[in-house]
Design a protein around this ligand. Structure first.
Ligand SMILES: Nc1ncnc2c1ncn2[C@@H]1O[C@H](COP(=O)(O)OP(=O)(O)OP(=O)(O)O)[C@@H](O)[C@H]1O
Ligand SMILES: [Mg+2]
Length: 474
């Protein structure tokens, strides 16, 4: 009896150590089947504990064989391998570098199992590589090299066919000086396209100036665009306008549909004649400026509503680029998310590798009214919430995004959960998460009651809550 109690105590101590130690632990029995696998190991290898437990090592890692698996090798030769450097890509495509020690242990006189302990040295390796790159840059730095400050086509991320067509059309457009009309909902990347066109053109060494036409009343906007002459109105001074300042370069007129109709007439005249006249001035000043105008309202609709003059529309619509909203190119969400995670890993000094299946699924079904800007902001905000996780989960997202995860709580919409890019396992996981969330809420976040409601053990519920990163309110 005493021995049994002592055994249980040892098991409990061991479990606590293994769960909390800052290293991955993987234990296999004499048949090579996993009998223990901790969360850190799961994070390193990008696998869930459930995917690994009870399975043979060669089944989990089909690329390994008896001779290449360190666990199987030490079992076979009954000799440990200490501090072996390993480098591999995990399920999230992240390069992982570890130092592993693999040690056999005796189960019976004939039977041996093995334990592998992995220490993550990815960060150290990345840092040492960064130092190396910086040193190289210092050596080869060219003082004459000018840095392009703005966006270029390289900054535009996307793989949707229609979107790629737009990019190649915009690239072609950058070779001319014709006026461009960019249409896209808010946050679709109009500024990104406008700057990329400028920096790919032979005007790239001349100024790129952007002016939002919605932010300023027409009376002031006129002076800002065309300049003023001293005395033309109270307080006016001799000042060049943006057309003069952008000479030789590009002027972005953002939200042209918000410019008053009278000013639109003046703009049309300038575009047709190629001269500007400062407010209150008498001289015609020649200007060589490429105009890129944007509208976040469909141009046809803006004309119908009397917000955009038809004649100006025909004049500026020489090259017409329509950027599709994010909800119409959902295949780009994954790529953009990856891009923003990388960006904010650097800015926020985090080490996030990817997003959970639940978040992926929710992202896919969301409408994204704020388009790419909204996606970028959501990822930035979630990454601020990450402390030691490597994966963005639902609980990292802010309250308004929570609505997205709980949107269909009245009943599970299976049709919505299963779609082309989601596997059966991922779909089942999101159903499981939804059921757990519902049960938790119904039972006021009491774990024992919720587990009963779900018909599972308390420990399994706790395990699932931890695994899916479900937040316990209250
Ligand atoms: N395809 C893309 N790849 C990478 N980043 C993008 C992409 N599209 C948009 N972004 C990012 O989203 C944000 C919003 O883009 P941008 O300012 O160009 O949108 P916009 O269409 O001008 O919006 P608004 O109409 O509100 O002015 C920026 O931070 C931009 O870098
Ligand atoms: Mg903009």
């Amino acid at each position: 009896m005493v021995k049994l109690a002592l055994n249980m105590l040892y098991v409990s101590i061991l479990e606590t150590i293994i769960e909390n130690i800052d290293a991955g632990v993987h234990v296999v029995n004499s048949e090579g089947k996993t009998i223990f696998y901790n969360e850190i190991m799961g994070e390193l290898e990008g696998l869930d504990i459930d995917e690994v437990m009870g399975k043979n090592i060669l089944e989990i890692f089909p690329s390994l064989c008896e001779d290449t698996s360190t666990l199987l090798t030490v079992m076979k030769y009954r000799k440990p391998i200490y501090n072996k450097n390993q480098s591999y890509l995990n399920n999230y495509g992240k390069q992982i570098n570890t130092i592993n020690s693999t040690i056999p242990f005796r189960i019976s006189p004939e039977k041996y199992g093995a334990v592998e302990i992995a220490k993550d040295i990815t960060k150290v390796k990345e840092l040492s590589e960064k130092v190396h790159i910086l040193q190289q840059e210092l050596i080869t730095q060219d003082p004459e090299k000018e840095n392009v400050k703005g966006y270029t086509f390289k900054s535009i991320i996307g793989e949707d066919d229609e979107f790629l067509n737009m990019i190649s059309y915009a690239k072609t457009a950058s070779k001319s000086s014709s006026t461009v009309l960019l249409y896209g909902e808010t946050g679709t990347g109009k500024e990104l396209f406008a700057q990329s066109i400028h920096y790919a053109s032979d005007r790239s060494n001349k100024p790129f100036i952007a002016q939002n036409c919605a932010a300023i009343p027409d009376s002031l906007l006129e002076g800002i665009l065309f300049g003023t002459v001293k005395g033309s109105f109270t307080g006016a001074i001799n000042r060049p306008g943006l057309f003069e300042q952008a000479h030789g370069g590009t002027l972005l007129l953002d939200e042209i549909n918000s410019m008053g109709l009278q000013l639109q007439t003046k703009l049309l005249r300038v575009l047709q004649e190629g001269y500007i006249r400062r407010v209150g001035g008498l001289n015609d000043i020649p200007c060589d400026v490429r105009i890129i105008a944007t509208t976040n309202e469909k141009p046809e609709k803006a004309i119908e509503l009397g917000l955009l003059r038809k004649d100006l529309y025909y004049r500026i619509n020489v090259i017409n680029i329509r950027i599709p909203p994010l909800r119409d190119r959902k295949t780009d969400i994954a790529l953009l998310s990856e891009h923003f995670i990388k960006k904010f890993n650097t800015i926020l000094r985090k080490d996030v590798w990817g997003i959970s299946n639940e978040v992926k699924n929710a992202f896919f079904h969301y409408d994204w009214p704020g388009n790419v800007r909204e996606l970028e902001n959501q990822i930035e905000s979630a990454m601020n919430m990450v402390t030691k996780d490597h994966i963005l989960k639902a609980n990292h997202f802010s309250n308004n995004m929570k609505g997205l995860f709980e949107g269909k709580k009245a009943g599970i919409d299976y049709k919505l959960v299963i779609h082309d890019s989601v596997t059966l396992n991922e779909a089942l996981e999101s159903i499981e998460i939804e059921l757990i969330n519902n049960a938790l809420k119904e039972c006021s976040y009491n774990i024992t009651k919720s587990a009963k409601r779900l018909g599972i053990k308390r420990q399994s519920l706790q395990h699932k809550i931890k695994r899916y990163g479900i937040r316990i309110e209250g």
